[in-house]
Structure formats: structure tokens, C-alpha cells
Design a protein around this ligand. Sequence first.
Ligand SMILES: NC(=O)c1ccc[n+]([C@@H]2O[C@H](COP(=O)([O-])OP(=O)(O)OC[C@H]3O[C@@H](n4cnc5c(N)ncnc54)[C@H](O)[C@@H]3O)[C@@H](O)[C@H]2O)c1
Length: 419
Amino acid sequence: MTQPHQPHQGDEAGKPRLGVGMVGYAFMGAAHSQGWRTAGRVFDLPLNPVLAAVCGRDAGAVRAMADRHGWAAAETDWRALIARDDVDLVDICTPGDSHAEIALAALAAGKHVLCEKPLANTVEEAEAMAAAAAAARERGQLAMVGFNYRRVPATALARRMVAEDRIGALRHVRVTYLQDWLVDPEAPLTWRLRKELAGSGALGDLGAHIVDLAQYLAGEPVVGVSALTETFVRERPLPAGASSGLTNPGGSEGRGAVTVDDAALFTGRFASGAIASFEATRFATGRKNSLRIELNGERGSLAFDLERLNELSYHDATEPDAHAGFRRILVTEPDHPYLEAWWPPGHGLGYEHTFVHQARDLVHAVASGTVPEPSFADGLQVQRVLAAVEESAGRNSVYTPVAPVDPLAPAAPTTPITV
Ligand SMILES: NC(=O)c1ccc[n+]([C@@H]2O[C@H](COP(=O)([O-])OP(=O)(O)OC[C@H]3O[C@@H](n4cnc5c(N)ncnc54)[C@H](O)[C@@H]3O)[C@@H](O)[C@H]2O)c1
């Protein structure tokens, strides 16, 4: 076990350097590269994130990605990336089957960790990761999960408004995450459709996001669920080579069994008595990346739609009925979360900015030694909800409690990053 890696001192920006090493270089690799590259140029950060090295298994492809996205070095073995002296923080952008192994090795090597969602493929892996993160926290290392939808300014504003008691006692959370890239039965059997690589299907991919977002906005965990899951197309063409993303550029070779869910539908309870409905599917024809969430409280409601991500809808039920109603808040004002550093009011942001905000928040957390949210304990809690959904779906939708996450390190409170 090595000591926590100390940021290198005094780079050209006069700030301590935070060397980032990223594993995986496709979709999330590109999105995280954008985040790391941009965060320090937009926000005044206490450390200077440096794109030290990126890792993938194909030497030529990873070198090309490094050149395109501005990574100084390329590695083909993630263990070598972790061992590099110029890497202080390991950013995991690989499929779920490798999250636990890479994160545990990085924490053991004294590095900070950012891990894409879902935290792991099983509750057992997530428990090991949360325990390792809690132990590492005692040594000054931090670990965060990449639930980036918390970092849309409008969702962060919704959280702020719930915390300010703008909607009163919460009654309902209604959330859907709809995509349609599997509607074609000839769409290839990529890693996302194989349980041993992805853990689960729409549930772990899209469901993990909406469980985290619902809990974040509600400010409390889901304590039980009742669920249905379905796999509509059970056999698909196998990609000829290693698959990445959603497509099959190398053609196909025979057919294989789909071993994950195509869709998951579940209801849930919060401890406060509020109830929630969740829907995650890759079969919602015409819906590309449609994440919608609505919260109804005793004194108001909030609604967000990722396809209109610069807007938040708010109904204040304390206003006279004669002119009350949902109003559109254009979330582009400098006192809205994250927007103090961006463009003048009305000049909107997009999907990629969530990764810039993620990098910004993690850099602040590392500099201040504050535990970032969502922590690995938060990731474990989501994993337990996903497991309860699978258990319920396998038992005719019987209501299944979610085991609470024990406070693994009571000495270190999790303090939300101020935005
Ligand atoms: N936050 C989000 O909005 C979001 C969106 C998509 C995916 N994700 C998550 O990000 C992770 C990656 O998904 P993606 O869409 O980028 O997948 P992808 O298929 O586009 O890329 C996966 C990358 O991992 C690499 N890889 C796989 N195994 C590896 C290994 N052992 N060593 C080194 N590299 C390896 C592949 O070569 C590829 O570069 C998953 O956990 C996924 O759930 C998050």
C-alpha cells in the first residue's frame, strides 16, 4: 500500500498540477477528455488538471485518441497507467466488468478515482469499492462516481430549490429515461447486452442514472421497489471484433444470446412516505435520450426534460389559483449553479458541459479534501436499488426492500460541493 499521491507542485499556470490518467477512450473517454481539458479554462480551479495519460488495449487507436484529445501519453495496460508517477487521479471510462478491479488497484496505489456509472456490476463489487474508498479517504484520497446528470445546471437548481423547501413535503417523483437504439432486432450484440460485461441492461445503464437523480433531487434514498423487467429480443448478431459503442463496424459473426434486460419498469418508496415511478428502456421508438423527471410536493412541483436542458419548470402552489401555473425558468443566469463562469444569460449549455462540471467539482474536492458527491457509498446505494429491482422482477414484482448503506467512514462527512 503506497501513500496518497501528492499533486506535483508549480506548473506553468502557477497552480499545483493534478495529473489525470484515463482508462477507456471511446464514448465516455471522449466526453471526460472534454471535461478535463475545459474545466480549468472556464472555472478558476485550485489545481491544474493535466491530461497525463490515456489507456486502451489497441496501441494505434489509443495513440490516435491521445493525439486528438490532447493526452500527453498513451498506455495499453491500465496497471501501467496507475503506476505512472505523473498520474494522481485515475478516471475509469470502461465497461462495468473492469470498474472494481481498476478502482481497487488505483486506490491501493494511492490515487484518487473517478469511476463511470454504474459503480460496478454487482452489489458485492460495489461494497468492496465503497469500503476501499472509505479506507482511502482516511489517507486523503477521494473517489467519485460519474452520475453526470446531477451536474446539469437545471437539475442542480432543482436540488437547490428542494433543499430550500420550495415544493414542501415530497409526494411523488416520476422519472423516465427512454432510448430506442435497440428497436431493430438486427442491432448488434455489443458489450452492453452481455451480463458478464455490463451487469444489467437498460436497468444498470439508464436506470442507474434515474435512481441516482431521483434520490439526489429528493434528498433521500429509495427504501423499497416493485419491478418488472423484459428482454424483447433474445438473440442478436455477434460483432466480429471487439465491440465499442453501439455499432458493429467490423460486421457480424453468427448470433448470440442477449443476457440483460431491454427495459425495466419499477415503483419505489422513499422513507419520507413519498412514492416514485421509474422507467428505463432502449425500446421507446423515437426517443433518443429522453430523461424526464417531475417532483410533486405539497406546495409545488418541479419538472426537467434533458431534451430542453437549459430549462426548469416550476409550479408554486402557494400562488393564487387565478394566475398560478407551471413557469419556465431559463437556467442561464450567473447565480444559477455552474453558470457564473459561462456565457451571458440566454446563451445555453449542452450535454458535454456536465462533464466539465464533473471535473470542476472533483478538482475542488481534491484540493479541499472534501468528500465529493456522488461518493462510492452513493454508488453502492444505487447498486442496491438495482439489485432489489432485479430481485423483485424475478419474484413476480413482489415489493423488495433496499438495504440501507452503512456509514462506512463516519469521521468524514460528505459535504455537497457548493455551486
Ligand atoms: N455518464 C454517462 O452519461 C454515461 C454514458 C455512457 C456510458 N457511461 C458509462 O461509461 C462506461 C463506458 O461506456 P462507454 O459508452 O464509454 O463505452 P464504449 O464502448 O464507448 O467504450 C468503452 C471503452 O473501454 C475500453 N476498454 C474496455 N475494456 C478495457 C480494458 N480492460 N482496458 C482498457 N480499456 C478497456 C474500450 O476499448 C473502449 O475504449 C460504462 O460504465 C458506461 O455505463 C456513462
